[in-house]
Design a binder for this molecule. Structure first.
Ligand code: GTP
Ligand code: MG
Length: 456
């Protein structure tokens, strides 16, 4: 996927949010800091990032969550909306006859995008034709001709001609009957006066319906300066961002829209004619934020919160029975395969100190949970309520009944003891009230603070 790194960091931030025991100002601040870091690393303009952070914080704390929304969901939604604020909604492209002019610096990907665009319209059933008005770079004529020939797209060019405006004038006449007329123009190393003058002249003669600025995603924050200059010259109607497949700095180009108020129309994601897609902000940002995954994680968290039947009152009194532990394990189980859930959560928030668990560890942990449940199924109600009565003889019996070794039973009892101590410590440290709150909510809260005492 494009912008993998940005996506990973943003998703990490949101997972931290979802994995948090409670959503308060500290959590929001921390998540916003992570989001800031992610956006700045991808070269989104500092001021944009700061303004956005401020809005996320303010809105998260002040706005009422939508009816029925979890506080986590509330913040995720705000982050999503603010991201759309930065990148814009995306352009609408009419499927009707039109003239399109491409502008942009040298090597930004204009010529490639001309052919991709022609193909895109071709696939929509419209007839495109292309005018090669780049008389600046040797080889430009051939490059575009070859690309068009491959796609069976009609091409008009005049090899050797130096007057770009003349080419456009004659070209438009020659391709009059085509639905979509796309004009490829020359680039320059930098924003030079003669380039701007040429764009203005072609713009005047062709009077294009669309003027697409082609930006190389790798230029980062320079995107804003370029966008302004071309917009002042010809009035940009849409932006095409190319090479999003090859850079982590795409945030600059993606947020250039906010400089000129022109929407992103297409993104280029590779060198072949089909590596080209419409920019749909909803889809792009959902993908970037991993919304599908987040949604399922949220659902799992909510479900486990609803269904846990831990005996909160007893636990508050320092009694944490095997039955309570069983309920805790059940709650975790309900969230789906442990491996999947743990991978979705930042391990730091689970009290694992950010340790990285390998697939093998996760498999083993999930396995252990299952074994614990099997063992507990072989215990009597009395034992489950008061594990102290479990003598050596009882361990033997439970081992026989569950088909496990006595060592497994002892390990389980040790695990229970650790958890019980953790609860005691936590309650003793004045965490009682918040513990009650989170225990009522169920497994997740428990996991958050007890994870560190799990035997894995
Ligand atoms: N990976 C990748 N490469 C791209 C993409 N778009 C264009 N390129 C490559 O970028 C290089 C420059 O592309 P061109 O289309 O020639 O750029 P241009 O803006 O027409 O350049 P000038 O005509 O010199 O101004 C070529 O090697 C393209 O294959 C893209 O989306 N992804
Ligand atoms: Mg070119």
């Amino acid at each position: 996927m494009v912008m993998d790194k940005l996506g990973d960091s943003l998703q990490g931030a949101l997972r931290k949010l979802i994995g948090a025991n409670r959503i308060d100002e500290n959590v929001v601040n921390e998540v916003v800091k992570d989001i800031q870091r992610a956006l700045l690393t991808s070269d989104v303009n500092v001021k944009l990032v700061m303004d956005m952070s401020k809005r996320i914080k303010e809105r998260s704390l002040k706005e009422e969550p939508q009816k029925g929304a979890d506080p986590r969901e509330h913040v995720v939604r705000i982050v999503y909306q603010e991201m759309i604020g930065i990148m814009g909604k995306g352009a609408t492209i009419d499927l009707k006859p039109q003239t399109i002019m491409m502008v942009g610096l040298q090597g930004s990907g204009k010529t490639t995008s001309v052919s991709k665009l022609a193909r895109w319209f071709q696939k929509k059933g419209l007839k495109p034709a292309v005018i090669g008005a780049d008389n600046f770079r040797p080889g430009a004529y051939q490059q575009l001709k070859i690309l068009c020939d491959k796609l069976n797209v009609h091409f008009y060019g005049e090899e050797g001609e130096t007057d770009a405006v003349g080419i456009v004038k004659r070209g438009l006449k020659e391709i009059e009957k085509y639905d979509i007329k796309i004009i490829d123009t020359a680039g320059r190393h930098a924003l030079e006066a003669d380039l701007i003058a040429e764009m203005e002249a072609i713009n005047a003669i062709a009077n294009p319906d669309q003027k697409f600025l082609v930006l190389d995603a790798a230029i980062g924050q320079q995107a804003g300066v370029q966008a302004k200059a071309f917009n002042d010259a010809v009035g940009i109607t849409g932006i095409i961002i190319t090479k999003l497949d090859g850079t982590a700095k795409g945030g600059g180009a993606l947020s250039a829209v906010s400089e000129i108020n022109a929407p992103i129309a297409f993104i280029g994601t590779g060198e072949t004619p089909d590596d080209f897609e419409r920019f749909d902000a909803d889809r792009f940002i959902s993908r970037l934020l991993g919304m599908g995954d987040l949604q399922s994680l949220l659902e799992k968290v909510q479900e486990s919160m609803k269904e846990s039947d831990l005996n909160v009152e007893n636990i508050m009194k320092g009694r944490f029975t095997l039955n309570d532990m069983y309920a805790q394990l059940e709650a975790m189980n309900k969230m789906g395969p442990l491996k999947q859930v743990m991978k979705m959560l930042p391990l730091g928030s689970m009290g694992l100190g950010g340790a990285k668990l390998s697939d093998k560890d996760l498999d083993e942990t999930g396995q252990k949970m299952k074994v614990y449940k099997v063992i507990m199924d072989s215990m009597t109600e009395g034992e489950l309520n008061d594990p102290k009565i479990i003598s050596a003889a009882r361990i033997k019996r439970i081992a026989m009944g569950s088909g496990r070794s006595p060592d497994d039973i002892r390990e389980l009892l040790k695990y229970h003891k650790n958890m019980q101590n953790a609860f005691k410590n936590f309650a003793g440290k004045g965490g009682g009230r918040s513990m009650q709150k989170m225990m009522k909510k169920g497994g997740m809260g428990g996991m958050g603070d007890l994870g560190g005492n799990m035997p894995f």
